[in-house]
Ligand binder design. Structure first.
Ligand code: UGY
Ligand code: MN
Length: 257
């Protein structure tokens, strides 16, 4: 992978990074690498974690050919993998899957998984982890593998704005959703949202202006945004091409005290 170019920040450092109690904006260049035992040949950037106040974790892995998890891992969490670019192998529940770009997989809690790069090109994978919130009388979800190319694009509220629900959005067994939202240039939300669900947002392409609480932040491909529960939020797509992002959201559960 090309070596990162470090630009001098100047006397008064310029950065788009922001952290408040209600949200975080993290351009990729500022998220330093983490090393996780059992994962080799990969650059890991932890974008969200309980240390941030989040009830999930989100990691971005750039995996070199031959790199990845050295052994099956079972950290007790549900796991969701989304392949941003390249291709990876996933071993899960006794089966091996090739996940190409746009591919995704869901592993129920307490399922051992091994994700590695058996190809000759680097791969970028988004990894979301969350403890499962069981519901009495409801069986937890089964493992699931798919590709965004075969997920319907649903048009909601306005034209030029679509959703793809990578996980079945009406199945209450799932306690989180991962959706891809797409916006034609100039498109925007029909209202400022304020909701109990938290978000992890990874910009896949394009650019736009994000309203977070009372602040506007310009963001573009590869940025990460964390939105805490009830953070007012609104997106306005700018630029000349489509803007899209991968969005984590906790769903389908009652309030806990
Ligand atoms: O589904 C959502 O909550 C979504 N519209 N929020 C967002 O994109 N910030
Ligand atoms: Mn939202």
């Amino acid at each position: 992978m090309a070596k990162k170019q470090i630009l001098a920040p100047g006397v008064f450092a310029h950065s788009r990074a922001a952290l408040t109690t209600h949200y975080a904006v993290m351009p990729p260049e500022g998220i330093l690498e983490s090393r996780i035992p059992g994962i080799e040949g990969a650059t890991i950037r932890i974008q969200a974690a309980p240390a941030l106040g989040a009830e999930f974790a989100q990691l971005l892995m750039d995996i070199q050919p031959g790199g990845g998890m050295t052994h099956p891992r079972n950290d007790g969490m549900q796991a969701f993998f989304y392949v941003v670019s390249g291709a990876v192998q996933l071993e899960m529940a006794g089966q091996s899957h090739t996940l190409a770009s746009g591919g995704f997989a869901y592993a129920p809690a307490h399922t051992a998984v091994r994700l590695f790069n058996a190809s000759a090109e680097p791969a970028r994978v988004c990894w979301i982890k969350k403890p499962y919130e069981p519901v009495e009388g409801l069986a937890p979800p089964d493992p699931l593998v798919g590709n965004q190319d075969s997920v319907e694009k649903v048009n909601k509220h306005t034209r030029g704005r679509t959703w793809q629900h990578l996980l079945p959005d009406t199945d209450p067994a799932f306690d989180f959703a991962v959706n891809i939202l797409r916006f034609a240039p100039g498109n925007y939300f029909p209202m400022v949202e304020t909701h109990i669900m938290e978000h992890g947002l990874y910009m896949l392409e394009g650019q736009g202006m994000y309203l977070l609480q009372n602040d506007w932040h310009e963001c573009w491909a590869e940025d990460f945004i964390y939105m805490a529960p009830f953070c007012p939020q609104f997106f306005y797509a700018t630029g000349w091409g489509e803007a899209s992002y991968l969005l984590y959201k906790n769903v389908n559960r009652d309030v806990t005290f």
